[in-house]
Design a binder for this molecule. Structure first.
Ligand SMILES: [Zn+2]
Length: 186
């Protein structure tokens, strides 16, 4: 059977992007410039791989719709430490519900953008970039669960400052975007 993606290839038009629906749950109350920068960076990295991001604001208590991915921005290290040091982000799917946690102060610390939590446009920009790359790292795990951590770059188990904030951005190692589950579009 000919799927819509291969039909698009035959017709010479781009396949429709996979759109992930993110529910942003922000316990840190990061500045709008920072949250805007975070999503802009994640879209810049994932867009060329055929992945779009739709977002809405949400709360931790509400019921999420099928297929929605919760993104919790945390102000403290509630997810503990990984073997390689402080953990910047984590992803977990339980009973079909996927949640991403991002430890915002830990990301700010690695990005050397601690003041970006409160002020200072240069550090806010850097914090937005770094959060966007951590979010992208976790979304790559979601889209390609079989992909192992790499030694360096965006998918390293432990990323450094340069990977989080320097230009050019690190490569996003997503070759084939798979739909994480069959009811994704419902
Ligand atoms: Zn990882």
């Amino acid at each position: 059977m000919l799927g819509s993606a291969s039909l698009c290839v035959l017709l010479g038009i781009a396949a429709p992007p996979l759109e992930l629906r993110l529910v942003m749950i922000d316990f840190v109350r990061i500045a709008p410039q920072v949250s805007g920068g975070m999503l802009e960076e994640a879209r810049r990295l994932l867009g060329p791989k055929g992945v779009g991001l739709l977002t809405r604001q949400g709360t931790a208590a509400e019921q999420r719709l099928p297929g929605e991915v919760g993104v919790l921005l945390l102000s403290e290290r509630s997810r503990g430490k990984s073997r390689g040091g402080q953990r910047l982000g984590a992803i977990q799917t339980t009973a079909g519900v996927t949640t991403i946690w991002i430890d915002v102060p830990a990301v700010a610390s690695v990005a050397e953008a601690n003041r970006g939590l409160h002020c200072c446009s240069a550090e806010m920009r850097r914090l937005g970039l770094a959060l966007g790359r951590v979010l992208t790292h976790e979304l790559v795990h979601l889209l390609d669960p079989a992909l192992a951590h790499t030694r360096n770059g965006l998918m390293a188990a432990r990323v450094d400052r340069a990977t989080l904030v320097d230009d050019p951005a690190p490569d996003t190692p997503l070759r084939i975007v798979k739909r994480p589950n069959s009811d994704w579009d419902n």
